[in-house]
Design a protein around this ligand. Structure first.
Ligand SMILES: CC(C)(COP(=O)(O)OP(=O)(O)OC[C@H]1O[C@@H](n2cnc3c(N)ncnc32)[C@H](O)[C@@H]1OP(=O)(O)O)[C@@H](O)C(=O)NCCC(=O)NCCS
Length: 193
């Protein structure tokens, strides 16, 4: 991971890769994935369990309350049930960057939709989880994650909180449930063979 260089604006991701990624992976604080093309490093990302709080606190600013209530309603519709809990489990995309030379070519959006989300769904189907969570600087949230020209999943992303950093959430409950069903079927057919 010493060769990771995410370029301008990606200093946090570069430092994490060089100084912390291996320890974080080894100690089960996150799972680090690397994406290679012909043995060249293209990208790395981390996934780990997370929770999204659905608790409404008295002193919460009104816009935050509205966001949380909207999210709860949306999740209840997706799951087809009332959510009685004050939080829901999700999968966190903790770090994500491209090597500098691969940035700006639309690869980030493709990786998010075709690699990162499917892995997150698979994890959620195994350990529980109803969506993908991430924290992004306001500019990155607006120019990349919430921008349909850059990110094929943009229209599904919800803002859980907005400030200089955005907490974003992409619900995928229905997909995780379908994968879980398939895993159970596979388990059953093996057991009874
Ligand atoms: C964010 C990232 C994964 C997107 O992948 P990509 O293939 O480069 O995406 P695209 O080129 O399709 O679009 C990225 C858009 O976000 C902007 N962007 C990316 N990183 C940015 C940053 N750190 N600060 C501000 N804007 C940023 C780009 O300028 C571009 O917008 P523009 O076309 O209006 O200039 C990649 O740019 C990257 O690794 N950035 C550095 C690390 C980072 O910010 N990771 C996200 C942390 S949650």
């Amino acid at each position: 991971m010493e060769s990771v260089n995410c370029g301008e604006g990606g200093e946090e991701q570069t430092n994490f890769a060089r100084e912390e990624a291996w320890d974080s992976h080894r100690r089960c604080l996150s799972t680090v994935f690397v994406v290679l093309s012909e043995n060249r490093l293209v990208s790395y990302f981390t996934l780990s369990p997370f929770i999204v709080s659905l608790k409404i606190r008295e002193n919460m600013p009104e816009p935050k309350k509205e966001l949380v209530m909207e999210l709860r309603g949306r999740l209840e519709r997706l799951l087809g049930m009332d959510i009685k809990y004050s939080s829901v489990p999700t999968i966190l995309l903790g770090q994500f960057c491209l090597q500098n030379e691969y940035r700006g070519r639309g690869i980030g959006g493709e990786l998010l939709a075709k690699v990162i989300k499917p892995y997150a769904v698979l994890y959620a189907a195994r350990i529980g989880g109803v969506g993908l969570s991430l924290h992004a600087k306001k500019q990155v949230a607006k120019r990349f994650y919430l921008n349909p020209k850059k990110n094929p999943l943009a229209s599904g992303f919800q803002a859980v909180s907005k400030g200089s950093t955005y907490e974003l959430f992409y619900p995928f409950a229905a997909e995780a449930i379908a994968v879980r069903r398939a895993l159970i079927e596979r388990f059953k057919s093996k057991e009874f063979r």
